[in-house]
Design a protein around this ligand. Structure first.
Ligand code: CTP
Ligand code: CA
Length: 228
């Protein structure tokens, strides 16, 4: 009943979200990944659904339950995440990239497990850069409203603004890590052409679901302004 009475600022809207880390295979049993928990992206998917949106969540390898009413597509690598996202971008009005996409993948995938036997030296691996999923979507002819995340260890506003400009995004959400990685509470900084705005507004911290709901309201407000 409460949910039915709540305002639905994203009713009729489709929201595409990437979340979690990616896993870049080295051989059949090993790979490169990172410590992203996926919690922020999953909380955003839940909040966007609560706000009335049809939500598609493209998730890297995480052990989190799918939020109620959300369509989930599981992927492993950055290449798979890009392949899942690209065909969906045209049918979604909002794209929120919370995934910690691996910046590099091993240049070659070994067909069999790499063995120690006989080798005098530890192996070394050549890396190749992964395509920037968010920048690719933002550069499409008729892009959705694109929201980027920037997890930084210092100079949050500076780095977040640089990403806003480099990837040509209407909104970047910054947070200071790794102190917040995997934790349930966080503090965000919204960075757009107008300036910077902390979330929560008092500059403190809040749990990720509270932040996700506030962020969804901010995205809905900006998106509505753009449409008029
Ligand atoms: N992103 C993406 N695809 C990538 C790399 C990043 O979609 N291959 C997205 C992330 O989901 C995030 C935003 O781009 O929304 C910023 O990611 P981040 O790692 O902070 O930026 P990078 O451009 O990779 O720069 P760096 O890691 O050097 O800070
Ligand atoms: Ca990166």
């Amino acid at each position: 009943i409460v949910a039915q009475l709540a305002p639905k600022p994203l009713a009729g809207e489709r929201v595409l979200i990437t979340a979690g880390p990616t896993f870049e295979a080295i051989d059949p049993v090993r790979g490169l990944t990172n410590r992203s928990s996926g919690k922020m992206g999953f909380a955003l998917a839940r909040a966007a659904r609560e706000a009335g949106a049809e939500v598609t969540l493209v998730a890297g390898p995480v052990h989190l339950p799918t939020p109620r009413g959300v369509r989930r597509i599981d992927v492993q690598s950055a290449e798979q995440m890009l392949a899942a996202v690209l065909p969906l971008a045209a049918t979604h009005g909002i794209f929120v990239a919370t995934a910690a996409v691996a910046d590099w993948r091993p240049a070659r995938l070994a067909e069999h497990k790499i063995k120690k036997d006989g080798k005098k030296q530890a192996p070394s691996f050549e890396l190749t850069e992964n395509t920037d999923i968010l920048a690719t979507v933002a550069a499409l002819p008729n892009p959705p409203f694109c929201v980027g995340f920037a997890a930084e260890s210092e100079q949050l506003a500076v780095h977040a603004r640089a990403k806003l400009e480099r990837k040509k995004l209407p909104l970047v959400v910054g947070n200071l890590g790794p102190a917040t990685f995997g934790r349930d509470d966080n503090a965000l900084l919204l960075v757009d052409a107008r300036g910077e705005q902390p979330l929560p507004a008092d500059g403190g911290t809040a749990d990720k679901l509270t932040l996700a709901r506030a962020l969804v309201a901010e995205i809905a407000r900006r998106r509505a302004t753009l449409n008029t």
